[in-house]
Design a protein around this ligand. Structure first.
Ligand SMILES: [Zn+2]
Length: 443
């Protein structure tokens, strides 16, 4: 068959499987695969991955399902120490090929963010339902809907048995926390000529993302009775760590404003770097001058700020220098240096906006009548891991993920995905897979 004919056939078959697509997405939502911290027990990741493994195997894929050895990620700036994959296997399903075409990975994460507080949901988060053309549930748009769409698309493409290059379906755990699952499959050797991650981009192509750091800065004070008049600290009096932490907050705001104004931080589709205080913990007792106050920041940085290996070490140095300089100007803090703790580094990544993968996806979006811009994700996604560490050009491209006012539905209460958008997404993914892997295509 000709490519055009194959694409038409595939899109038709996806449309016929609308109910099967909703069923699969619903099934995935019923598994509790909410994100976790180091040391948390496994949830229902293995059961979900087994279901997909059986399904891909039945469709003719050669299936690999395994728990990675955490040692393969040892020393990574990205993965917290003590991370493991016990009860959280990764899955790769490879569909055969005739040769002569480019290979393609569909990658999706099976974890979803916490559904707490459960009683805030009108539609229970793990008991999916379709109402007015919307599929509700935790992970509906981020990204169990996208995972279901890529599986259906791959099944339909495999049935046509006409592709030239490998089509690989890969589902991973632990994207929401630190990207450990994606890092493990890339460390395992998963590579291709391109990768598509059906995150909820509303048919835009996310060609890049910012990197993320999360420093915790601790300000030291000196404890003392809060209801007793204190002598000056130079004479042994108490020092309030909460009040002194204003120095850190002000300095962080100053750095943030300099970052925003810096012309080097203009990016065609990513926002300027940012530094947001998100957690604060100070004090020990309500009648005691606080001895300690810790502030955690969410830091997002641009590809241009990364060091020569692509990590955020220069950003770390810049933050430490700016805050330390402000502290040096404070009489108490000058002699009681700030303490910095750095955990995790999700590196930024981008691929050229005129990359053939971008064009292939925009053409696929046009086939299903959807607008598709080249844009990016101000947060982070697994596509960065494939691009940065596997040399696999990777983007996100998937179903609608915003409400009528343009607010993101991911991570919200009563998360949903429009069923029409999910079907269009599966059709576009099938079209893109055929176009990309077809034998002897121009690059
Ligand atoms: Zn996601």
């Amino acid at each position: 068959v000709e490519l055009e004919r194959a694409i038409e056939l595939a899109m038709g078959r996806v449309a016929e499987r609308r109910d099967a697509l909703v069923d699969l997405a619903s099934q995935l939502i019923t598994f509790d695969t909410t994100a976790r911290d180091v040391g948390d027990p496994p949830r229902e990741e293995a059961a979900l991955q087994s279901l997909l493994a059986r399904r891909l195997g039945a469709a003719g894929a050669e299936v690999e399902l395994w728990e990675p050895d955490p040692a393969t990620l040892a020393g990574s700036r990205q993965i917290p120490t003590g991370w493991d994959f016990a009860g959280r296997p990764q899955l790769i399903g490879r569909f055969g090929r005739r040769g002569g075409g480019r290979s393609l990975i569909f990658n999706g994460h099976i974890d979803a963010v916490s559904a707490e507080p459960l009683d805030a949901w009108r539609h229970p988060p793990f008991d999916p339902c379709v109402i007015d053309g919307r599929l509700y549930g935790r992970g509906a748009c981020d990204m169990k809907g996208g995972v279901a769409a890529m599986v259906i698309a791959a099944e339909v493409v495999a049935e046509l048995d006409a592709t030239g290059g490998d089509l690989i379906v890969n589902t991973v755990t632990d994207e929401e926390s630190c990207g450990a699952g994606g890092a493990a499959v890339v460390a395992h050797g998963l590579r291709a000529d391109a990768a598509i991650v059906p995150e909820d981009t509303d048919f835009d192509v996310w060609a890049g993302c910012r990197g993320v750091l999360s420093p915790t800065v601790t300000v030291l004070g000196r404890a003392g009775h809060a209801e007793i008049r204190q002598r000056p600290w130079q004479e042994g009096g108490a020092v309030n760590a909460i009040e002194r932490s204003l120095v850190v907050l002000e300095a962080a705001r100053g750095l943030r404003e300099r970052w925003m104004r810096d012309p080097a931080h203009q990016h065609p589709y990513l926002s300027a770097p940012d530094l947001v205080p998100t957690l604060i913990r100070g004090g020990e007792w309500w009648v005691t001058y606080p001895e300690r106050c810790s502030i955690t920041f969410d830091v997002t940085y641009l590809p241009v700020q990364a060091d020569t290996d692509g990590w955020g070490t220069r950003v770390e140095q810049e933050i430490e220098a700016a805050l330390a300089e402000a502290a040096a100007a404070d009489d108490w803090l000058a002699g009681h240096p700030l303490q910095f703790a750095w955990s995790g580094d999700l590196p930024p990544a981008e691929i050229p906006t005129d990359h053939p993968l971008v064009r292939t996806l925009q053409a696929a979006a046009a086939r299903v009548g959807r607008k598709s811009r080249v844009s990016g994700l101000d947060s982070w996604h697994d596509a960065a891991t494939f691009a940065r560490f596997g040399g696999t050009p990777a983007v996100s491209f998937g179903p609608p993920g915003t409400d009528v006012d343009g607010n993101f539905l991911a991570h919200t209460i009563d998360e949903y995905v429009p069923v029409d958008g999910l079907v269009s997404c599966a059709q576009a993914l099938a079209a893109a897979a055929l176009a990309w892997t077809w034998p002897d295509q121009e690059t």
